[in-house]
Write a protein that binds this ligand. Structure first.
Ligand code: SF4
Length: 378
């Protein structure tokens, strides 16, 4: 099984971010204690099985101090069996990653870091309102590697307005020179509830140029492939098989337990969504209540989710599983659509699966939604 912990605090709000976090850290310890209590309350959510991956996400989990991290890991170890080769990832921001802190993470058992680099270019970091400097980004990677954390992923953001593609190329070159095992590359998007969203409304900034974003994505995919990175999911690239085991479990629709404010859980038939509010979360857990909304997934929901996530991966979607999830003859109903998409060279098949082609990856969401099934037909 897989475990996600949401640490809902950040030092500063990035201009593009609409995740759940608070910059008021005054109740951080209380929230961490509540997350530990939620782990205990939820220990039977999934059938007993070894934990294969643990993921500290957020927010900024690198804000956890040594005691808080130990509290969470000790609670997990007391109530679950963690596999000896479990992948234990912590999302981190460079400004937190001094040598002493990295050593604490390593000693506690963190064996994978996902570092929010976003760019190695100082003006781009300022534009995004990142708190760290370009130098800190580079320095923390080297220090983590010296300490012994080799499995490092970095996030990069593309489609940041710039006169040409030079800065993105430099960002990738820097990642190659640092021998980064895994890169997650995300297109800059402007969400309504963010600083960028409000500036866009007031016409203080321009919308993202879609053509420029598509050009950057194509260049990124090509350059990463030339440098040994396999695109195993549309936005995720790994060298030498260093896939994110945790995120791959989401894309393969494996059950997981998510704890903390705004975390989601999935048990194969339903999803639960924890409240995205730290004070309400705290109060509920203190009263031994899980503050979650339940959504039961219909066969159509499960099929459509599988199409949406599975097609984005190198593993594609399995024909038999589509029939099984949808409870109907998915392939014969969609025969004409699948044939048209194959003619356009957007998808390809083998005996068991359907996959997106390289050109299909540019239209991934549209292809999945064209294949969605309607719940009412069940
Ligand atoms: S991008 Fe990360 S560090 Fe920035 S506000 Fe969002 S969660 Fe916090």
């Amino acid at each position: 099984m897989h475990l996600y912990l949401h640490i809902p605090f950040c030092r500063q709000a990035c201009h593009y971010c609409d995740f759940h976090f608070s910059t008021n850290t005054s109740n951080k310890r209380a929230v961490v204690e509540a997350i530990a209590n939620e782990i205990i309350l939820r220990k039977d959510y999934l059938p007993k099985a070894d934990i294969e991956t643990i993921y500290f996400g957020g927010g900024t989990p690198s804000l956890l101090d040594e005691e808080e991290l130990h509290l969470l890991l000790n609670t997990i170890n007391r109530h679950f069996t963690v596999a000896s080769n479990a992948e234990i990832t912590l999302e981190a921001n460079p400004d937190d990653l001094q040598r002493e802190k990295l050593q604490q993470f390593y000693n506690a058992g963190i064996n994978r870091l996902s570092i929010g680099i976003q760019s190695f270019h100082e003006p781009h970091l300022k534009f995004l309102n990142r708190i760290h400097s370009a130098h800190e980004g580079e320095h923390c990677v080297r220090t983590a590697q010296e300490i012994g954390i080799k499995n490092i992923s970095i996030d990069l953001i593309y489609a940041i307005p710039a006169p040409d593609h030079g800065i993105l190329l430099q960002d990738m070159q820097k990642a190659f020179s640092l021998d980064i095992a895994h890169i997650s590359a995300y297109c800059l998007t402007i969400e309504p509830q963010t600083a960028f969203g409000s500036w866009l409304k007031k016409k203080k900034i321009q919308p993202i140029d879609e053509e420029y974003a598509a050009q950057q994505f194509e260049m990124l995919v090509k350059t990463l492939a030339e440098n040994g990175y396999e695109q195993y999911e549309i936005s995720n690239f790994a060298r030498n098989g260093h896939y994110s085991m945790h995120n791959s479990s989401y894309w393969k629709q494996r059950p997981y337990l998510g704890v903390g404010p705004s975390a989601h859980s999935y048990n194969g038939v339903s999803r639960e969504y924890n409240v995205s509010n730290n004070a309400r979360y705290l109060e509920a857990i203190q009263n031994q209540i899980i503050p979650a909304t339940l959504e039961t997934l219909s066969p159509a929901d499960q099929t459509n989710e599988y199409l949406l996530t599975g097609l984005r991966t190198k593993w594609g979607v399995n024909k038999e599983k589509l029939e099984m999830l949808s409870g109907r003859s998915f392939l014969s109903t969609h025969h004409a659509d699948l044939e048209k998409m194959t003619e356009k060279n957007w998808i390809r098949e083998d005996a068991d699966n359907w996959y997106l082609t390289d050109s299909g990856k540019l239209f991934a969401d549209r292809i999945s939604s064209d294949l969605f099934i309607d719940g009412e037909l069940n």
